[in-house]
Design a protein around this ligand. Structure first.
Ligand code: H2U
Ligand code: ZN
Length: 349
């Protein structure tokens, strides 16, 4: 059986980064849909919205006013999910019974919001490369500033884009959560990357990228420094992985040319996404970088994940329910056909 035939029947694929399986059911894409249909987001937005809490000069919750910023702007989240205070006496740890069955630990953290641009009407896809490069620099600076705090072991940079992903505001922005413990997803990736490099003596994602560049089927777009592809084990219909060609563990390892390369690939990829269903494409995206506890992490290969919820049109989303909640993730269209569709939307300007 050749590859093409094998991938037409139900099968499971191993996510090398998490060690978890995903079911692929390519024969199911023709099924009828009578379920929930999402509203496409309204397209026209003003460049300044007086009621937006992220626009320059406007007041945020709690009465603080944003400065009249011209590029990027970072502030501490007014509704932070985590607080930087160390464990108080009589807090969670003291209060929780010392039992293997009931575990709770104090968690310190800092949550910030990053405005990508003063322009309310832009998105990463609509910004110029130079402006996205300033966002890349801001992310890198925040990674250093927060990661250098002695108790911060992990810095998660992410963006929830679009109301469908729960973004509270269309103004281009992302978030950063820095905390005391490495969260679940990067912890799985650390274990997998370590195990691979212990067995093979090389980097998991360097080897994987080399294979994908040779194979070509899952590539979406690329430049001299970065490659965007639909990973073999993708869960979300149009999920992508953005990888630096050179082995590096954090945004701070990227030189000026590589940072420009990242800005370029983010712009090209998000523009492909927007063209797919002719809408400003919703997604959650974020970077996985080496933990910041001061260890070396030579096996860690920095990357970004894009997880878009849409399945077959601007209004039909994929739900992670039923078997996916109780068994394991499942997808219908193959990552190969998703890559083919996204790749065809690349416009070189
Ligand atoms: P999301 O769109 O991804 O939800 O991010 C917006 C964040 O902005 C959200 O976490 C914060 C919310 O807590 N926020 C402020 O910090 N100040 C405000 O005045 C409103 C919203
Ligand atoms: Zn705004």
């Amino acid at each position: 059986m050749d590859n093409e035939t094998r991938f037409l029947t139900p099968h499971r694929r191993l996510n090398l980064l998490t060690g978890e399986w995903v079911l692929v059911s390519p024969h199911r894409t023709a099924r009828p849909w009578q379920g929930q249909v999402e509203q496409p987001p309204p397209e026209e937005r003003p460049s300044y919205d007086p009621s937006c809490y992220l626009c320059p000069g406007n007041e945020r919750a709690g009465g603080v006013c944003n400065p009249d910023y011209a590029e990027t702007f970072v502030f501490d989240n007014d509704f932070a999910a985590l607080l930087p205070d160390p464990a108080p006496q009589g807090g969670v740890e003291d209060a929780s019974p010392q039992s293997a069955l009931l575990r709770a630990e104090h968690e310190r953290g800092i949550c910030r919001v990053v405005c990508f641009s003063p322009r309310h009407d832009l998105t990463l896809a609509g910004m110029e490369v130079e402006a996205i490069r300033r966002v890349v620099d801001t992310w890198a600076n925040q990674y250093v500033e927060l990661g250098d705090l002695p108790w911060v072991r992990h810095v998660q940079i992410f963006e929830n884009r679009g109301a469908m992903m729960g973004a509270s505001n269309p103004h281009p922005h992302g978030q950063i959560w820095a905390n005391e413990h490495v969260p679940n997803e990067p912890a799985k990736e650390l274990q997998q990357q370590r195990a691979y490099s212990a067995t093979h003596g090389s980097c998991l994602l360097c080897d994987y990228l080399a294979l994908e560049l040779q194979n070509g089927q899952r590539l979406v777009c690329q430049n001299d420094h970065f490659v965007a592809l639909t990973p073999f084990w993708a869960i979300w219909p149009f999920e992508t992985l953005v990888l630096p060609r050179a082995h590096c563990a954090a945004l701070t390892d990227l030189d000026a040319a590589a940072r420009d390369g990242l800005a370029d690939i983010l712009r090209r990829l998000t523009r492909c996404y927007d063209r797919l269903f002719q809408i400003s494409f919703p997604y959650s995206m974020g970077f996985h970088q080496r933990p910041t506890d001061g260890e070396a992490y030579p096996e860690w290969h920095m990357h970004a994940h894009f997880y878009p919820p849409l399945l077959r049109s601007a209004t039909v989303r994929k739900f992670m329910v039923g078997y996916e909640m109780l068994g394991q993730p499942q997808r219908d269209i193959t990552p190969e056909s998703a890559a083919e569709r996204l790749r065809a939307l690349e416009v070189t300007e």
